[in-house]
Ligand binder design. Structure first.
Ligand code: FES
Length: 107
């Protein structure tokens, strides 16, 4: 992980429990989620077509795409059935003080 770059993504108070949020880091759109107090980060763009997952619906530890209702498991990025078949990327996060940092591979 020597190539890991930690990026400031948001303040913790911008992401209350049960909420999700899109952030742009360089060219990437990343979705941040607060699942019962645990923060996760995934790609924000659905693997099926061009839709923002953070504009969809957060249900437990899954997110439902707003366009065709595909669902993904947030902690692993696993596609959970039709119409989505391709997993989404997940990214490590860490909290420093009140800042959420996301590790992204080099662009
Ligand atoms: S664009 Fe997300 S399920 Fe189709």
């Amino acid at each position: 992980m020597s190539d890991t770059i930690w990026n400031k993504a948001a303040a913790t108070n911008e992401l209350p429990a049960g909420e999700m949020k899109q952030v742009q880091i360089g060219p990437r759109y990343v979705a941040l989620y607060n699942v019962e107090g645990t923060i996760y980060a995934t790609d924000d763009i659905c693997s099926h077509a061009d839709a923002s997952l953070s504009s969809g619906y957060l249900e437990g530890d899954t997110v439902e795409c707003p366009l065709h209702q595909g669902r993904f498991h947030i902690p692993t990025g696993k596609a959970m059935g039709a119409p989505v078949t391709v997993d989404i990327a997940t990214y490590p996060i860490k909290i420093e003080g009140t800042v959420i940092l996301v590790a992204l591979p080099p662009a």
